[in-house]
Ligand binder design. Structure first.
Ligand code: HEM
Length: 442
């Protein structure tokens, strides 16, 4: 373990001297829950000291308890998603992104009032009705993917099932031609996976993939300028922000395309793959859901709580602020660990149990406050159609090899998960309340 280089005088000491959250090797077997359970046992927040691996050799605040995170996420004036203090860059990752990579121009790294106006502008592109209209096509695709996986009897769940649905969903939402989808997906994977680099670094493959993805986005946005439709990108290129804020700049328009692609693909894929892994590790919960299909909606929320595909987001303090005994100074980085809050036993009964019938589940997997996830309902629909297709056809799963995790502290993701399936018995022999579940809609 690397040595911590400095400490912070104005806040709680970092209680885990051997744990460096900038060391991505800590995240190569999934999210380090045991470490965060220990952290939550210490009154926080805590200042994570600079280490050889922290970008810019700069420390950052760590919020791990649910009740500490919520007020910070709610206050997007003191805690900025854009930047703060004298720093040039900013954004929602531990490493500062430069302004040229979206800080101040992409919705999740913008502050109000422009952020709120942009949300209002694009919201009609992702309404309940628009999402519901995708259900049949997504359900058919999920069923076909599961049938094919079952025909083979085994395979990689990520590439066979979990990756396909989000790709189809986002591509259908935006109107991306089918022949382009897998290439876009490969670029995004290369940008988000830190297999060959450290935080704050680019590698040749990530830089090249980013460049190609941006060039594709530019062509796509230009196409929407020429012939707008009713999708999110068309709304961004044709609409007014209102309140005297004018229109989006061409960079902001491009960033709408980028964020929907990047935010919508990996996260949902990881929720689906992580959800199946949770059922493999808790087979009794699978049997229970098969018998009580009416539990599908609480099961989805439990998968989200359990997998927390976006483990943290960062803010930057815009002024000095005291929290408990800690002084957070203007310009300091503040990280909010949703994945930790989601296992906080001050909020969740039996927080470390995976329970598809959990009745109260105010998880923070989609964040909290003004920047809460815009795609939450779409993600839930994708997860539900996959789960239904699996429940209809699969009695159980086994791991047929090692689970390969993505090397990242920003996405809790599974790169590869070899699975062996056992097919379910015919429909008449199972599901005592499938009819009750037929009316389950988000
Ligand atoms: C299970 C799947 C998903 C998870 C776990 C997830 C998680 C999150 C989280 C934690 C945030 C808050 C970021 C912050 O506070 O800084 C967020 C924001 C966002 N998400 Fe998602 N997301 C998911 C799916 C999607 C999908 C499918 C889309 C697109 C259709 C999407 C689009 C967005 C956008 C645009 C924002 C920024 C909202 C804003 O800043 O106002 N997400 N998401």
């Amino acid at each position: 373990m690397r040595q911590l280089l400095d400490s912070h005088s104005s806040g709680a000491e970092w209680p885990l001297p051997d744990a460096d959250l900038a060391n991505l090797d800590l995240f190569t077997s999934g999210f380090p829950h045991a470490l965060f359970t220990t952290l939550r046992g210490h009154e926080g927040p805590h200042f994570h000291p600079a280490t050889a691996l922290t970008p810019g050799q700069e420390g950052f605040w760590v919020f791990s308890r649910y009740r500490d995170i919520v007020p910070v996420a709610r206050d997007n004036v003191v805690f900025s998603s854009e930047s703060g203090g004298d720093r040039e860059g900013g954004g929602t990752m531990i490493e500062d992104l430069p302004r040229s990579v979206g800080v101040g121009s992409v919705i999740n790294m913008m502050n109000d009032p422009r952020h709120r106006a942009l949300r209002r502008l694009v919201a009609p592109g992702i309404t309940h009705a628009k999402i519901a209209a995708l259900e049949a096509v997504l359900a058919n695709a999920a069923q076909a993917a599961v049938d094919e996986a079952l025909r083979r009897g085994h395979g990689d769940l990520v590439s066979d099932i979990a990756a396909e649905l989000p790709l189809l969903a986002i591509a259908s939402l935006l109107g991306i031609p089918p022949q382009d989808r897998h290439q876009i997906f490969a670029w995004i994977n290369a940008v988000l996976d830190y297999a060959d680099r450290q935080l704050g670094e680019t590698s040749q493959s990530s830089a090249q993939a980013m460049q190609q993805f941006m060039a594709y986005g530019q062509r796509f946005v230009e196409g929407r300028r020429q012939a707008p439709g009713e999708d999110v990108v068309s709304l961004a290129v044709t609409g007014e922000l209102g309140d005297g804020l004018g229109r989006l700049s061409s960079v902001e328009q491009l960033m709408v395309f980028n964020v929907v692609m990047v935010a919508g693909l990996e996260t949902t894929r990881n929720a689906i793959a992580g959800g199946v892994l949770a059922f493999i590790e808790h087979p009794g919960q699978w049997t229970r859901l098969q018998k009580q299909r009416a539990l599908i909606n609480p099961a989805l929320e439990e998968i989200l709580r359990w997998t927390s595909p976006t483990p943290y987001n960062r803010r930057t303090a815009t002024c000095d602020v005291e929290i408990g005994d800690c002084l957070i100074r203007r310009g300091e980085k503040v990280t909010l660990w949703w994945a930790s809050a989601n296992r906080d036993d001050a909020i969740f009964e039996r927080a470390s149990e995976f329970d598809v019938s959990r009745a109260t589940n105010p998880h923070l997997a989609f964040g909290f406050g003004g920047h809460g996830c815009l795609g939450a309902q779409l993600a839930r629909l994708e997860m539900r159609v996959v789960l239904n297709a699996l429940l209809d056809r699969v009695d159980g799963f086994d791991l047929a090899g090692d689970v390969e995790w993505v090397r990242s502290n920003k996405h809790t993701g599974i790169r590869r998960m070899p699975i062996r399936y056992s097919a379910a018995s015919p429909p008449s022999a199972r599901c005592d309340d499938a009819a009750g579940a037929a009316g389950n809609r988000f």
